[in-house]
Write a protein that binds this ligand. Structure first.
Ligand SMILES: C[S@@+](CC[C@H](N)C(=O)[O-])C[C@H]1O[C@@H](n2cnc3c(N)ncnc32)[C@H](O)[C@@H]1O
Length: 267
């Protein structure tokens, strides 16, 4: 009888190659469960920025919906590309990129009729100046070891004046246990400890990786890559949302931010 190995959760250093390999494997293995669990909340053709439920239809962080018509848009870490479907319905021309083949199969399942590209966000397979706008809702950025490299790639494929808007876990969350209940309200680790969160198998190989940056680090990353930071949005937990998503919950959401959205522009 084979025994299922319970992955070990730890904090340790991990580089670009190991992080990328771990993410591809984890999202391929877990895409079905992820879409099953969160697909209803995300909706097949809505653009939701994170577990708070902030909807682009109201937030307009990409600009007024009418201004999106005819724009070439790159969605990074698109998952099942629900956001790209919302963009396509507004007359934009989206391209949805993700590292995970299985996630992109879900994009096909829910009816994506625009290009889907399987690639790593740190090596974008597009010519310079191909897009007017790039966006990402929790895709790729939290999972890469070298976010400046990713940002530089995004800048390269954007046209002058292009915008880059992305959401990530709010950095303050790293100081707290990733629990939705009261146990997730007491500081348990240093906010300043950038050591990545790694789940590893019995041989010590990473099978899931998340990289922590402080708020200052994230600002520095976008500026170093050549962007101007125009806004930093911390969505508040709305009264209508009673749904938990992992460590995100109404209880914690009313007290501490869960998501940070960076609105950036390139010259
Ligand atoms: C939390 S999901 C977000 C997907 C979608 N925006 C959503 O809200 O469901 C993160 C996605 O990022 C993708 N991803 C992780 N690392 C990546 C990388 N280096 N390059 C491209 N995509 C990556 C994963 O495959 C996964 O689909």
């Amino acid at each position: 009888m084979t025994q299922e190995y319970e992955p070990e959760a730890t904090r340790r250093e991990t580089g670009e190659t190991e992080s990328s390999r771990a993410s591809r494997g984890w999202w391929d293995r877990n895409a079905d469960e992820y879409q099953n669990e969160h697909g209803g909340f995300l909706g097949d053709d809505r653009f939701v920025w994170g577990p708070e439920g902030l909807d682009e239809a109201e937030a307009a962080l990409l600009g007024p919906a009418e201004s999106l018509r005819g724009l070439d848009v790159l969605e990074i870490g698109a998952g099942a590309a629900q956001c790209s479907r919302w963009l396509a319905a507004r007359g934009a021309r989206p391209v949805a990129l993700d590292l995970s083949h299985r996630q992109l199969q879900h994009a096909l399942r829910i009816g994506a009729d625009f290009p889907l590209v399987e690639a790593d966000a740190c090596a974008l397979p597009f010519a310079d100046g191909s897009f007017d706008l790039a966006c990402s809702a929790y895709g790729a950025v939290p999972f890469v070891a070298d976010p400046v490299r990713l940002m530089r790639e995004v800048r390269r494929v954007l046209r002058p004046g292009g915008r880059w808007i992305f959401s990530v876990t709010h950095p303050i969350r790293w100081a707290f246990p990733d629990e939705p209940g009261p146990e997730g309200l007491s500081v348990a680790a240093s906010y300043f400890d950038r050591t990545p969160y790694v789940e590893q198998d019995e041989t010590g190989r990473a099978i899931y990786v998340e990289h922590h940056r402080t708020l200052g680090d994230r600002v520095r990353d976008v500026v170093t890559a050549g962007f101007r930071l125009v806004d930093l949005v911390e969505p508040e937990w709305p009264a209508w949302n009673q749904q938990e998503w992992g460590g995100w919950s109404p209880l914690r959401g009313h007290l501490i931010p869960g998501t940070a959205i960076f609105v950036c522009e390139r010259d």
